[in-house]
Design a protein around this ligand. Structure first.
Ligand code: C5P
Length: 230
């Protein structure tokens, strides 16, 4: 899997995605989320793959083990590079997700969402009835994902350090909430720069609007890539 920043393709249509990608003359690592995938389906994935890019298909699967396993068999045939599930689906669901993927593609990495960053500690306690701190809840799911055989988690850079301490360097920590120095945080609440994310233990960063909404996306991408990789 490439180490370059993962560009979140949060666009409304296939045409917009293609216009954006055609500005680049190098292989990229991009993220396709639910919004886009549910409108454009596998056809878009094939078109992006045909351009030689790696894909993180961010669909956050969460269902009974058999359904997730069969869904993963389908995603594996799209030859994406990274997929994810909710750790809340449990150990058996995660094991069956891996089994489904491996039937068609031994190389796809799979990571877990622990607690969504939109969930507050009050919601954790009152709605989910989990009576620990958010940190403990996140760590619990990270360890469960690891012992179920997953390759890593999606997390905030601010959680990456404790996950590195508990789950090791090789366990993937894919972190959104990244903003270059002095750029607009948009609706992200707690942001870090690419350099800070690296120090904190992120193994991959996900960056959307600072690149996709930039006046010069290629230049913005290169600046972020350099500060992340160097
Ligand atoms: O534009 P921006 O850089 O904020 O985009 C970040 C991307 O990462 C978006 O696609 C967003 O949905 C996703 N994401 C996030 N926070 C999470 C999980 C995913 O921002 N906890």
């Amino acid at each position: 899997m490439k180490k370059t920043p993962i560009i979140a393709l949060d666009f409304a249509s296939k045409d917009e995605v293609m216009r954006f990608l055609h500005q680049f003359d190098e292989p990229l690592f991009v993220k396709v989320g639910m919004e886009l995938f549910y409108q454009t389906g596998p056809e878009l994935i094939q078109a992006i793959k045909a351009l030689g890019h790696d894909i993180f298909l961010d669909l956050k699967l969460h269902d009974i083990p058999n359904t997730v396993s069969k869904a993963m068999e389908g995603l594996a045939q799209l030859n994406v590079d990274l997929v994810n599930v909710h750790a809340a689906g449990g150990r058996i669901m995660m094991e069956r997700a891996i089994e489904g993927l491996r039937k068609h593609n031994p190389d796809i990495k799979i990571i877990a969402v622990t607690q969504l960053t939109s969930t507050t500690e009050a919601q954790l306690h009152e709605e989910q009835n989990i009576q620990t701190s958010m940190e403990e809840a996140v760590l619990n799911y990270a360890k469960l994902a690891q012992s179920s055989g997953l390759d890593g988690v999606v997390c905030s850079p601010l959680e990456a350090t404790m996950i590195r301490e508990q789950c090791g360097e090789a366990f993937l920590k894919v972190t959104p909430g990244i903003r270059p120095q002095n750029s607009d945080a948009n609706d992200q609440k707690r942001v870090t720069t690419p350099e800070e994310a690296k120090v904190l233990g992120a193994t991959h960063i996900v960056v959307g609007r600072p690149i996709t909404q930039s006046e010069n996306p290629v230049e913005s991408y290169h600046q972020i890539k350099e500060s992340w990789l160097n």
